[in-house]
Structures are given as structure tokens and as C-alpha cells.
Design a protein around this ligand. Structure first.
Ligand code: PXP
Length: 261
């Protein structure tokens, strides 16, 4: 299982003060020793990573860069200018705290954006909700890869295995029996979609809301070859440092049988 580290959360800290501290490039160069790919999301409102971060990463980072962005014209232009190894197209709503759902694949711009990127030899992945229709539509759109949105699974897991429902941060307010059943169903959906996508010849990634506990549940889905994880690693780094936080996640992922080089 490959580990993609979402560097955006380092940029969130930097942007809080608008000084170059913590330095996103320095964090990237250190992280590159402990993960397989750096993922960064340039949002339309530039609330964390900026275009210059992408430019720096492309120039100096020795491991692949996965740029997450929306399919709007400005973002595709940026992707075409810097040519990262991969672009993961994600939906974007200004008012959301984070990417709250998968793509709407019926968006007319999507097909054009995919072609433009592929014409420049950039691998394209689509961030989708785990359902059969979206897996099949992704295949029809001709992309190489999909990333299954694990946000709902993560919310269900957190609600079931913690006290979060009793705090101001509660995300789901469900009866425990319903919660348990929903969690099992969501996990089964992720497994089904991963298998279906792999059968169709797609590479399968997953991500969003994954942490040192819930990630274990995904390791048995052999078709998932990559996880993109950010928030929980940076949160852990506050206590143990970035290097150890990444190594701990790396060790956990190695339990799936994949060994880092
Ligand atoms: N994958 C995608 C497509 C995302 O948009 C994000 C959030 O930026 C992540 C993975 C990582 O999510 P988290 O920060 O919750 O680990």
C-alpha cells in the first residue's frame, strides 16, 4: 500500500500567519524520505497551498507529486503549466471546510479537462464517492485511476469508536445500532467499488479522514494500492514530530504486506 502525504495541512499553519514558517518545501523534502508521494491541493480560494508551492515541489521534490484541484479552467491551466505526475480532480465548494463529497461526473467540463491533461502525459485520477455508477462512469471517462472518498466511512468510524457524538465536533448523530450497520455497509461499499474498479483496469486509491485507527480497516482491501492522508499525520506530528508521525503511518500500512523501498 503506497502512502501519499497531503502536505496542505502544513500550509494551513503557514497561512495562519502569512510567514514562511513552517516551510512547505522543507516539510516536503523531509517527508519524501518516509512516503511514496506528496499530494497537494490548490484550492480556488488558495486557503492553504499556493501556486509557488507547486512550482517548488516540482523543481525540488524527488518523489511523485499528485496535484488535487477542481476541473475549472484556471486550475487546469496551472496543472498544464507545471505538469505534476498526476492530477486528481476533486469537487470544490467555497464554503466547505474540506472536500466534502466525491465529484459530480456529469459535469461537461470534466471530459475536456481530462483530455487536456492526458495529452500532456499527466496521469488523471478522479475523486469519487464509492458507488458503482461513479466507478463505471470514471472508466468511461478514460481516466487511469480513481480515488474513493473515505470521508463518510471515517465519520461513521469516529462516531462509533469515540465520544465525538457528545462533543461540539459531532459529525453524525445516530443510534448506535444504525451507526454500526452503516459503518459495515460503507466498508463493504468501499471494498465492492475497489474490486469493481480494479476489474475494469483502474488503479485504486482512497483517502479523506483516514487516521491511525480507521486506516487499519482498509488494509484488507487488496485492490487499494494507495492512501492519501494528511490531517491525522500533521496532528500526530504536533506530538511526536513529522518524521515519526510518517514512520508510524508507514509501519501501519506495511501491515498490508506492501513494504516501502
Ligand atoms: N484525498 C483527497 C482527494 C483530498 O481532497 C484530501 C483532503 O485534502 C485527502 C485525500 C486527505 O484528507 P485528510 O486530510 O482528511 O487526510
Amino acid at each position: 500500500m503506497l502512502l501519499g502525504f497531503n502536505i496542505d495541512h502544513i500550509a494551513v499553519l503557514r497561512e495562519a500567519r502569512m510567514v514562511n514558517d513552517p516551510d512547505v518545501l522543507e516539510a516536503t523534502l523531509l517527508s519524501a524520505n518516509f512516503c511514496d508521494q506528496i499530494t497537494l491541493h490548490i484550492r480556488e480560494d488558495r486557503r492553504h497551498t499556493q501556486e509557488f508551492d507547486l512550482e517548488n515541489l516540482i523543481k525540488f521534490c524527488k518523489i511523485p507529486i499528485n496535484l488535487e484541484c477542481s476541473s475549472n479552467e484556471e486550475m487546469i491551466k496551472i496543472a498544464l503549466k507545471y505538469k505534476p505526475n498526476r492530477v486528481t480532480i476533486v469537487p470544490e465548494k467555497r464554503e466547505e471546510l474540506t472536500t466534502e463529497g466525491g465529484l459530480n461526473l456529469e459535469n461537461d467540463r470534466l471530459k475536456t479537462s481530462i483530455k487536456m491533461l492526458q495529452n500532456e502525459n499527466i496521469e488523471v485520477s478522479l475523486f469519487i464517492n464509492p458507488n458503482l455508477k461513479d466507478v463505471e462512469m470514471s472508466k468511461e471517462l478514460g481516466v487511469e485511476m480513481i480515488e474513493l472518498h473515505t470521508g463518510h466511512f471515517a465519520n461513521l468510524y469516529n462516531a462509533f469508536f469515540s465520544n465525538i457524538s457528545k462533543t461540539p465536533y459531532k459529525v453524525l448523530d445516530m443510534d448506535r445500532k444504525v451507526l454500526e450497520l452503516s459503518l459495515r455497509e460503507e466498508l463493504a461499499r468501499l471494498e465492492f467499488c475497489a474490486k469493481k474498479g480494479a476489474n475494469l483496469g483502474l488503479k485504486i486509491a482512497a483517502g479523506h479522514g483516514l487516521n491511525y485507527k480507521n486506516t487499519k480497516e482498509l488494509l484488507f482491501i487488496k485492490e487499494i494500492c494507495e492512501l492519501n492522508i494528511g490531517q491525522s499525520i500533521v496532528a500526530r506530528a504536533v506530538f511526536v514530530g513529522l518524521e515519526r508521525a510518517l514512520l508510524e503511518m508507514r509501519t501501519l500500512l506495511n501491515e498490508s504486506g506492501y513494504q516501502h523501498r
